[in-house]
Design a binder for this molecule. Sequence first.
Ligand SMILES: Cc1cc2nc3c(=O)[nH]c(=O)nc-3n(C[C@H](O)[C@H](O)[C@H](O)COP(=O)(O)O)c2cc1C
Length: 204
Amino acid sequence: MADLLPALTGRFACREFTGKAVSDADLQTILEAGRIAPSGFGMEPWRFMVVRTAEARSRAASACFNQTPATSAPLLIAIIALVDALRPDSAYVQARLGAEAGGGPVPDELKAAYRGFYEHADARDWAIGQCNFAAAQMMGQATSQGLATCPIGGFDEAALASALNLPAGEVPALVLALGYCADRQGERRRKARQECWQEHQHSA
Ligand SMILES: Cc1cc2nc3c(=O)[nH]c(=O)nc-3n(C[C@H](O)[C@H](O)[C@H](O)COP(=O)(O)O)c2cc1C
């Protein structure tokens, strides 16, 4: 099995894209990497909206305050969090729990566990958090295909929801700008390992 670390190390937030188009085959592979992402309770509370036409990209980019990655990318993938669908009695949740249960009847314990989780969770924040797993997988995959990405969380939520024609109960989680980078990867700035890795110490 190939090592993933080179793609993760090679990923960087590309701030300006060339005009070169992304092929459908590349796009589909990247979307697939998102589709198979893990999620709590197998809820997959996302959909990925490909924003392709110049007009739609321009409206979405404007909601992202016209940041250069959004205005220059030939494609945007809006990752949309399905918030209202997470209500315990929704048909969506029944279907997802059914899938988690292997297609058979949903065990009462699973239903109760989900309901207990939902009562204590902030569904909106939780759904957005799940979406970020899908985004991370898509970005790693895109890098391995020689493409560049920029995750864009800086947007006006209401303006972006309107630009994407989202129904009530769905919110934009993140926009991925996708294409070929006009820049090169800059110096990687990260906390030192000793600052973020630690062994748990037992107290006496
Ligand atoms: C959730 C999230 C939101 C982000 N939003 C923006 C953004 O709105 N605009 C932008 O230029 N970069 C954005 N970034 C990119 C970060 O600035 C970048 O990942 C960080 O500086 C580290 O650089 P690197 O990704 O090149 O390693 C975002 C990254 C994440 C994970």
